[in-house]
Design a protein around this ligand. Sequence first.
Ligand SMILES: C=C(O[C@@H]1C=C(C(=O)O)C=C[C@H]1O)C(=O)O
Ligand SMILES: NC(=O)CC[C@H](N)C(=O)O
Length: 799
Amino acid sequence: MRVLLVDCYDSYTYNLYQLIGWVNDREAPLVVRNDDWSCLHPLLGLESLGAVDADRPPALSHAPVVDAIVLSPGPGRPERRDDLGIGQVLLRWQAVHGVPILGVCLGHQGIAWAYGGRVRHAQRVSHGEVMSVYWDAAMKCADGVAERLFHGMPAAGFRAVRYHSLVVDEKSLNESLIPLAWCDDPRTGERVLMALRHAHLPLFGVQFHVESVCTEYGAVVMRNFLEIAATRGKRLRKTVPTNGWLPTNPAETGITAGHSSSPGRQRWTRLHRWVTAPAAVRSPPRLFERLLGGDATRAVFWLDSATASAQHPPPPESARWSYMGEVDRRYTVQAADGTFLDRLQSALDGVMVADDDEFRGASEGAEREPPPLYGGWVGWLDYEIKRECFDAPAAARHAPEDPFCGRLALATRVLALDHATGEVCIIALAADGRAASHGDELSAARAWLVHAERTLRHVEEEAGAAPQESAVIASATPLTDALLSFRLERSHDEYVADIGACLAQIRDGESYEICLTNRLRATVPNTAADTFDPLQHYLVLRQLNPAPFAAYIRFDADTAICCSSPERFLRLRHGTRLESRPIKGTIRRGRTPSEDAQLRERLRHSGKDRAENLMIVDLVRNDLGRVCALGSVAVPRLMTIESYATVHQMVSTVCGQLPEASSGAVAAVLRACFPMGSMTGAPKRRTMQIIDGLERSGRGVYSGSIGYVSAGGQFADWNVVIRTAVWHRPPRKTAMEAADWQVVIGAGGAIVAGSDAEDEFQEMMLKAMALIRSVGVAAGAKSFQVLGAECAGEVNAKG
Ligand SMILES: C=C(O[C@@H]1C=C(C(=O)O)C=C[C@H]1O)C(=O)O
Ligand SMILES: NC(=O)CC[C@H](N)C(=O)O
C-alpha cells in the first residue's frame, strides 16, 4: 500500500516513517515536506488547489496514486498556512475524494480546524508526559468504522505520550466531527480530547504521539488505520498519473546523497604494532606529554576516555579506547562556505589505506582485530554546520575563535590505548606516491613507530615504578592575579528574560523543549610568551572532571580545545551499526554519600527530567530513522542515571542499523542527525530558529562534535561538545611576542514548560562550574568571580 507522509518540519516525522514502513510490510512511505506544493498534482490529481473555504471540491485530473495519507505533528498552529502547509488542502479536499487521512497532533488539530472546530491553548501544556488515554468502545458511526481505529486496545486506558500546547476545544465541534478518546490531566482536572474522526469521511485524528517510544499500542493504531485505508484504497489505484512523476523520497536518498567527486584516490600504506603496556595505559598524561606535548607547532589530538584511566579496568564499554596522535595538516577538511559535509564526503571517498604486508607479517600481534580508529580523520565540527543539514539555512554565525566551522585532518600517527586489556596499538600511515617520496614517507613512518614504541616502553617502566599520576595540579604555573574574572555573555537578568521568552514560545506550541545556552569568557594574561600552555589546563580538567568522551585538540599554535564531555552523539561500528547516547536531566552531586544517593534518586524519579529525556530520545530516534533500515531503530536503555565528578546525569541509548555500508556514510549520517538534538531541543528546525534569535553569538565548537572517522569510513565516534573550554590567542608576529590567552566556555540546559527560570540559571552555572574551577587551577588563581552572575568563590583543586 502506498502511504504519503506529510512532514510539517517536526522532529518526530521519521518515527512515523519507521512505524508506517514497518506496519506496512516494509514498504516505506513517501515523505513530502508540507511546503512542497508541487507534489499535489502528480500524487493526488489536484489540478487547482481550491480554496479551503469553498463549498465544492476541485476536480481531479486523475485518481490519486496514494492509498492513505498521514499528517505529521509539528510546531505552530493548524490555521497558519506556513505551519500546516499542504496539510490544509489535503484535509479539506483529499478525504472528499476518498483518500483516508490520519492526522497526528498538529494534523489532528488540523482536522478540527478544517471542519469548523476551534483549537485553543490547553489549560496546561504537556510535553513528553505519559498519560492514560481512554476511548469509547461502544461508539458506533454510520459506517461502523469508528471503533476500528482503536480496535484491540483497552478502552479503560492505555499509556500514551503527549507533546502539545494546544488542544481541540471539544465544545466547539459540530456534528461532522465525533470525539473518540480523552485523557484527564491529573494536575488541572481538564478532560482533554485525544482523538476524533469525521462522521462520513475517512478522516482520523490522534492528539497523542503514536510514534513515541513510550506510547503503548502505537503500532496497533497505525495498523488499524492502514487496514481501514486498504479496503478503500483498492478502488483508487486503477489509474496512475500520466507524467509518471514522483518526488524522490528523502529517506531513500539520505544514505547515498553527497558529492563524491574526489579527483582520484590517495593511497596510503599502514604500519602498525601492538605493545602490552598496562601501566602506561593507566597514565595517559605521561604518555601524551612525552610523545606529543611541548611543541606547539605540531598538530596533535587526544580523544581521551578519561573516566577509564580514573577508574581501574575494566572500564565501561563507552570508555574502552583512547586515541592520541598527530595529524597531517596537508590533508584537512574545513569550509566556512557551507560545504563542510560535502568535503568530508569527498575526503572519505578519497583516501584508501592498505596494510603493509611485509611489515604486518613481521609485527607482534598483527593477527589481532585492529582498533576502531586505525588511521583516519580526527577533529571537530562546529554547531554552525547545522546550516548544511536543513533546507532553510540561517546565515552562518562564526565564533571568533573558530572561523572555519570546524576542522578535520588526517591522523597519520596514532596510539590506540585499549583500557580493557592494557595494550596499545601504534599506527603510522605513509602516503603512496612516486617511488622516491614514498620511500621517504615510509621510512619516516617506520622511524616514528620505533620512536613511539621506545617512548611507550619508557613510560611503562616509569609508571610501573611510580604508579601515582604526576602531580599535574601542583605543577600549574601561577600566571594570573589571584583573582580570575569570567564574564557571562548574557547576565543573570538577561538570561532569565530569555528563559521567559522560551517559555512563551513553548506555551504557544512553537517548540516542545528549547536548549538555551550562554557563554563565559575570561582572559589569562601571559606575562611572557609561551609560559602558559592549554595542555596544562586539559591535564587539570581531566583530573577534576573525568569524562568518557573527553578530548584535547590543538591543530595550531593559537587554538586549543579542552573537553570533558560525558555525552556520545554518534558512534558507527562495522559500517552499519549506529548508536547515540543522549543526556537530558542534570542534578548536582551530594556533599555526603547519603545526600548523593538521595539526589540520584530524585533525578531518576523527576517527572520534568524524564519528560526532557523522552523528548530527546524520540528526537534521536527520528534522526537515526531518517537513514536507518526500517524497523532497526531501538532504545536498549531508557533513562538510566550516570554519575560524574560534579553532576548526576540521565542517559538513554538509541541505536539503529544502516541498510548498507559505504565509505562516505558518515557524512550522510551527520547530515541527517547533526546537531545533536540534546543541544537544540525539539522540533529541531523551529527551535534552532528561536535559539538563533535569542543567543547573541555563534556557539562555535560548543554544541558541535569532536571525534573521528576511520579511514574507509567503517568506524566513527563523535561526542557532544559540552563541559568544554576553547582557548584562543591572537596570532603573534614573533614567537617572543606576548599574547593573552582567551578562554570561552559554553553552558546551558533544556527549557521545558515546567522550567523555573532561577533553577535553570543555576543549572547552567552548575555545568560551567567544573570548567571555571579547572581554568582557575591551571591559571594559578586563588579565587574566581563571574561577572553578570553575582557568583564568586575560591579556586580549590578538590572541588
Ligand atoms: C547544554 C549543556 O548540556 C546539555 C543539557 C543537559 C540538560 O539539560 O540536562 C544535559 C546534557 C547536555 O545535553 C551543557 O552542558 O552546557
Ligand atoms: N506535536 C505537535 O504536533 C504539536 C502541535 C501544536 N504545535 C501544539 O503545540 O499543540
